[in-house]
Design a protein around this ligand. Structure first.
Ligand SMILES: Nc1ncnc2c1ncn2[C@@H]1O[C@H](COP(=O)(O)OP(=O)(O)O)[C@@H](O)[C@H]1O
Ligand SMILES: [Mg+2]
Length: 264
């Protein structure tokens, strides 16, 4: 069964999409079959992976609201074993239309259950609406990217509350796999301070890997490439490669702990 991870933070511009694309690429390079789900109507994950809108044979809207099979909409990318369930602006309508649908919080979960991958990464939109809730209900775990800047922790309380609400009613097993600090500038004390503050706020949850601010990471989506293909030796590439390793370790450790708990 696929390990499903939602990349979530309702703040825009913190590195959700960059993390989804590049973590996905390195998980695929480590011999995993990976699907990234573009749950943001802006479609940045889809375009960042080189998909042109007019080439799409449907998008996540069709899966969530028209009952189209996800396998019919998923597309291959230039990275071997990395597929994408694309989004287009039509998906914005789902935020409204889902409200009237029975089992509206479970639509994505039901769709993804039919798929066979090792990892499914869900790139959430910058809001805490019904699309993000679908992402949190479908996921086993979440990863929260936090930008190393002054207001980094502001608003995270709302995200944590939403996660707790989802745990109470819709998805009791939802875990926090980790918090990743993004766009870190090693030369500023502010970045270091924010990193320390995030660690205090989320003890034992912050990934050792820190994603540096790196211009190659910002350039790669306009070429429709992951950092692995755009500049595999850049600092940004090396950081996402290390993050993929850490994610695999944490996932393996959780699976082992769960097994032990079942035996007891
Ligand atoms: N580590 C980084 N270094 C430099 N630019 C980055 C980095 N991570 C993301 N960016 C850029 O910052 C902007 C916001 O990142 P993005 O991943 O789209 O955030 P989100 O999905 O949370 O809105 C994008 O233009 C992206 O290319
Ligand atoms: Mg995004």
């Amino acid at each position: 069964m696929a390990k499903v991870i939602a990349i979530a933070n309702q703040k825009g511009g913190v590195g959700k999409t960059t993390t989804t694309i590049n973590l996905g690429a390195y998980l695929a390079a480590n011999k995993n079959r990976v699907l990234v789900v573009d749950l943001d109507p802006q479609g940045n994950t889809s375009s960042g992976l080189g998909l042109a809108r007019d080439e799409l044979s449907g998008d996540l809207y069709d899966v969530l609201l028209e009952g189209v099979e996800p396998a019919a909409v998923a597309r291959e990318t230039a990275v071997k074993d990395l597929h994408v369930l694309p989004a287009s602006p039509v998906l914005a309508a789902a935020e409204v239309e889902l409200v009237a649908v029975p089992q509206r919080e479970f639509k994505l979960k039901q769709a993804l259950e039919k798929l066979d991958y090792d990892y499914i990464l869900i790139d959430c939109p910058p809001s805490l609406g019904i699309l993000t809730v679908n992402g949190l209900v479908a996921a086993h775990d979440i990863i929260i990217p936090v930008q190393a800047e002054f207001y980094a922790l502001e608003g995270l309380g709302h995200l944590v509350q939403t996660v707790q609400r989802v745990r109470r009613g819709l998805n009791p097993a939802l875990g926090l796999l980790g918090v990743v600090v993004t766009m870190h500038n090693g030369r500023t004390t502010l970045s270091t301070q924010v990193h320390e503050e995030v660690k205090r706020h989320f003890p034992d949850k912050v990934f050792d890997t820190v994603i540096p601010r790196n211009v190659r990471l910002a350039e790669s989506p306009s070429h429709g490439k992951t950092i692995m293909h755009y500049d595999g030796w850049s600092k940004g590439a090396r950081s996402y490669k290390a993050l993929a390793k850490e994610v695999e370790h944490r996932v393996a450790k959780k699976a082992a702990d769960n097994k032990k708990a079942v035996k007891k």
